[in-house]
Design a protein around this ligand. Structure first.
Ligand SMILES: [Zn+2]
Length: 122
């Protein structure tokens, strides 16, 4: 299962950073390309399952899907591909080359702050 591998990778990355910062992670933002076959729900479920007994147990994942980009062969414009209208945004040429799909990246980890901590106590 692809999502399980991704979840394990994320858990390892977030745990590393949490240990380094000596803080408790509460959220993580990740991004990946549109063609990257990651199902948000399956990924969140897989992550919860493996994180539940770790210091990452409260982490909420937020997943952003980046649009697929292409480069026009006529005018060199780089544009986001819309599957309903696959053509250059500038010159409307349909002769373009797809750029590699965005990789899966862990963009940001949010740690519990003193303020959050107070809120959780009440
Ligand atoms: Zn063009």
């Amino acid at each position: 299962m692809h999502e399980m591998i991704v979840a394990q990778y994320l858990l390892a990355q977030i745990t590393d950073e949490a240990v380094k910062q000596n803080a408790r992670p509460v959220a993580a933002k990740i991004s990946c390309g549109k063609l990257n076959a990651v199902n948000d729900e399956v990924l969140c479920f897989a992550f919860e399952a493996i994180a539940k007994d770790t210091l990452c147990r409260d982490v909420k994942l937020e997943i952003e899907h980046k649009p697929l980009q292409a480069k026009c062969k006529d005018c060199n414009q780089i544009f986001n591909v819309e599957f309903s209208k696959p053509q250059c945004k500038k010159c409307e040429s349909r002769d373009f080359e797809l750029l590699p799909d965005a990789p899966l990246i862990l963009e940001e980890i949010e740690f519990q702050t003193e303020k959050n901590h107070e809120k959780n106590k009440n």
